[in-house]
Design a binder for this molecule. Structure first.
Ligand code: FAD
Length: 430
């Protein structure tokens, strides 16, 4: 078996020989095993950091186009008027200076799995020994005629936090006092299963204070949704849910999905020809893995990336690991918490593999908090284990949903939500 010292030397040879056709980038004299991470979100940032913590002889390069990452978690709180965008914004400074990660702000345009190298938009190439892909999501624009990336700048999905979050908030602020906000929620699987319903809650909280005659209609491509009983309980308590005066209405359109958009009229049309007119329209489109995962040949017919749970290694391309929303890790949901958890599983597996050791049997955790009002929080938590080589299963008796009804416990859940946000962003970005 090759020794670790020899392995590191060999890494240098690979690094020097695998390039051709594009400029070499970041090649150092002292060759080390090189892990490239694509995407500096919850998945990629955490994986990069933990690899360096586990074995600082491994060179880690993180490639992310944005200089500042804006978190989707807590972006619904902006819509409730509870937070500004600055408090959701993180830089990569700490990852670079404290953990010695090479951070390149650019977009990966090509993954060449055969030659184990990636090309970035300015034309440089980087060789890798292991590649970790965490590119998040892309949208299935083709599913709703008339809706695409350009239209989403003024009919926002706001499902990648940033300028669209503010566009949506500003549209709600500017709409008539008795206006209707329509949220189109996608079918499974999609990023953050409780997200559309927390969004409705936060918009209802805002409208209750500023536009109490308004209405929020959720048209849902599912027959039910995450934490439904807890959301509905909270909506009854605070927003008159189930009465004529309710601020929130939920309607399943699983049998009659939205098929097109008339953008100028802010009107959705369903398969059976029904029209749904809005003053403010928030379309959360159906989703798939980020574009670069498709280019790299990592996706299957579902549009997501199948992986070996034990190492997050792609079942389609060796030496490439996929984590976060882009990966199929069912029943683990697509959340920041899960991306962070998968990143740790992946980091440990990659370090072990680079040191000629077997990956360890992992466990995963997910918790999702949602706010119904600033003082009413709810949560769902679950622990998962490896059931067989390719299968993840929930651990019986672990986790569940918060079932409190007394105001003090609901208030405490809302505080835990804030604390969770601080600790997950701290763990991923500092
Ligand atoms: P991302 O965070 O999207 O990161 C992907 C990164 O990859 C991006 O920064 C992107 O720029 C980069 N990238 C893409 N393509 C390339 C390329 N070609 N080259 C280089 N870089 C690239 N989760 C929770 O756990 N709790 C919550 O309370 C919660 N609330 C949410 C609320 C909302 C409204 C939404 C929309 C989501 C929420 N989520 C929540 C889900 C969470 O945001 C995602 O699950 C999480 O961001 C997934 O992390 P990721 O690393 O897979 O993807």
């Amino acid at each position: 078996m090759i020794s670790r010292r020899e392995f590191i030397k060999t890494g240098g040879v690979l690094l020097a020989s695998g390039l051709g056709g594009c400029r070499k980038a970041g090649v150092k004299q002292q060759a080390k095993a090189h892990v490239v991470v694509i995407g500096g979100g919850f998945g990629g940032a955490t994986a990069a950091k933990y690899i360096r913590q586990l074995d600082d002889s491994i060179k880690v390069t993180l490639i992310e186009p944005k200089k500042h990452y804006i978190t989707c978690p807590a972006s619904n709180w902006v819509l409730g008027g509870l937070r500004g965008m600055a408090s959701l914004t993180f830089s990569y400074q700490q990852l670079a200076t404290h953990y010695g990660i090479d951070v390149i702000h650019d977009r990966v345009t090509v993954v060449d799995a055969e030659r184990r190298r990636v090309e970035i938009s300015r034309g440089d190439c980087l060789h890798y020994d292991r590649l970790i892909m965490a590119p998040g999501i892309n949208f299935r624009w083709e599913e709703i005629e008339g809706y695409d990336a350009d239209v989403s700048t003024y009919i926002p999905h706001a499902w990648q936090a940033g300028p669209q979050t503010l566009t949506l908030f500003n549209q709600v602020r500017a709409m008539p006092a008795n206006g209707t906000i329509v949220i189109s929620a996608p079918a499974n699987p999609f990023r953050c299963p409780p997200g559309p319903y927390e969004r409705a809650s936060m918009l209802a909280y805002y409208c209750q204070q500023h536009k109490p005659q308004a209405k929020i209609l959720i048209v849902d491509h599912k027959r039910g949704f995450s934490k439904q009983a807890l959301f509905e309980q909270g909506w009854q308590l605070h927003y008159g849910y189930g009465t004529n005066q309710s601020l929130i209405e939920w309607q399943s359109i699983a049998d009659n999905p939205v098929v097109s958009l008339a953008a100028k009229r802010k009107t959705l049309q369903t398969d059976f020809g029904d029209h749904i007119k809005a003053d403010v329209l928030n379309i959360i489109p159906p989703q798939k893995a980020g574009a670069i995962a498709h280019q790299a040949g990592l996706t299957d017919d579902s549009g997501w990336c199948p992986v070996e749970p034990i190492s997050c290694e792609s079942v389609l391309r060796p030496a490439i690991h996929v984590i976060g929303d882009a990966a199929i890790q069912q029943p683990v949901p697509k959340s920041a918490f899960a991306a962070n958890s998968e990143a740790k599983v992946c980091a440990l597996a990659v370090v072990n593999l680079l040191n000629q050791q077997e990956p360890l049997k992992p466990a995963w955790i997910n918790t999702c908090y949602s706010l119904i009002t600033p003082r009413h929080g709810i949560s769902v938590a679950m622990v998962y284990k490896l059931k067989s080589a390719g299968e993840i299963a929930p651990v019986e008796g672990a986790g569940g949903v918060s079932e409190h009804t007394d105001p003090q416990s609901l208030y405490l859940e809302s505080r835990y939500a804030l604390d969770w946000y601080d600790s997950i962003t701290g763990d991923s970005f500092s």
